[in-house]
Design a protein around this ligand. Structure first.
Ligand code: NAD
Length: 340
């Protein structure tokens, strides 16, 4: 299965099948972490033929998604005298993918890179679309670039070792795309009609379509933030310790649904269907808000909150999104009070 992605500067394929033999006539660096390398590096190397090969292993964890890791990776490339024609392979989840893409975008002002995602989240979301970046003390993903890979290879073989909770966090992003864009896809997820490859393909198609229309997140790409406006606040309030990102997004979707109900769009039954699908993957759907004013204030710490205006992405119904920009504080507080 193949999905083509077209941005103003680059067109490339996302291939969903067993990893083919890749022959690269270039010095190549695989950037990965010890967890992924431990399980799957041999498998990758068995499919790879390159001029020269370097494995750059960065520590595992979101807390290492920073300049220190980028500097370390770039220095290894300079040590080995890599050049403009060299290639980086991102081999891991979203953290490795975002960092490898960023490193590729700034090494000698940009070299080629290939994504081989190993988590479901990276397969359906972060490896598609060319957003790269790192965190700093001011927040997540505040430093980075839009930089598209040469190709993305998705092989579901890697999912065999992925912990169940990580798999579910990826499913939260899948469900997000179905609710926003495709009611048939949502129904098929409800009825277990699709193989994991088909689920990934449809998600990638949706994301690719959004990116094709709006690479730099002017309007439509922001629809992918459904659940994220609330989710980011939850991650913040819990110091990024209690929930995986996808789990916070799952709760955030339910909050966005409540806002939609409050505004007279989504029905309570549709909200229940979405919750049921989230619960099928053991994703959380509730959260206790201690102080709704404090929760509300946190919306303004988000980099996506522009000119002090909060933009909410809500489902008008399952399969159709709505962007809400001018909403009074009291309406939002009313929704937040439902989670007390
Ligand atoms: P992750 O990369 O931290 O991976 C989660 C955990 O699973 C890690 O411990 C990892 O080592 C392990 N792992 C990876 N593959 C495995 C496998 N096959 N078997 C067993 N363990 C495996 O997290 P993630 O959820 O993949 O990605 C989250 C990151 O993605 C965040 O930093 C987020 O900002 C970013 N993101 C980026 C975009 C984008 O558009 N660029 C979109 C969404 C998320």
């Amino acid at each position: 299965m193949k999905v083509n992605i077209k941005t103003p500067n680059k067109t490339y394929d996302i291939t969903i099948k067993k990893l083919p033999r890749l022959t690269l006539n270039a010095k190549t660096a695989v950037i990965t972490n010890p967890t992924v390398a431990g399980y799957h590096l041999n498998y990758l190397l068995n499919h790879l033929k390159t001029d020269e090969l370097k494995i750059i292993t960065l520590p595992d964890g979101e807390e290492y998604k920073n300049f220190g890791s980028i500097e370390y990776a770039l220095e290894r490339l300079f040590d080995a005298k890599y050049d403009r024609n060299s290639v980086i392979i991102a081999f891991g989840g979203g953290v490795i993918g975002d960092m490898s893409g960023f490193a590729a975008s700034i090494f000698l002002r940009g070299i080629k890179f290939i994504q081989i995602p190993t988590t479901l989240l990276a397969m359906v979301d972060s490896s598609v679309g060319g957003k790269t970046g790192i965190n700093n003390k001011f927040g997540k993903n505040l430093i980075g670039s839009f930089y598209q890979p040469e190709a993305v290879y998705i092989d579901t073989h890697f999912l065999t070792t992925l912990p169940k909770r990580e798999f579910a966090a990826g499913m939260a992003e899948v469900i997000k795309m179905a609710v926003m864009f495709d009611k048939e896809f949502f129904k098929n997820l409800e009825n277990d009609k699709l193989s994991i490859e088909e689920i990934i393909k449809r998600s990638v198609e949706i994301k690719a379509d959004v990116v094709n229309k709006d690479e730099k997140e002017k309007v439509i790409r922001s629809v992918l933030n459904y659940g994220h406006t609330f989710g980011h606040v939850i991650e913040n309030l819990t110091n990024y310790k209690t929930y995986l990102h996808g789990e916070a997004v799952a709760i955030g979707m339910v909050m966005a649904n409540e806002l939609s109900i409050e505004l007279g769009y989504l029905t309570a039954e549709e909200n229940e269907r979405i919750k049921k699908l989230l619960k099928k993957y053991d994703l959380p759907t509730s959260f206790k808000i201690k102080d709704e004013e404090e929760f509300y204030e946190h919306f303004f710490a988000d980099k996506k909150t522009m000119n002090n205006k909060i933009k909410f992405i809500i489902p008008e119904l399952i399969g159709k999104y709505k962007i809400i920009e001018n909403i009074d504080k009291e309406t939002v507080l009313n929704v937040l009070r439902k989670f007390k």
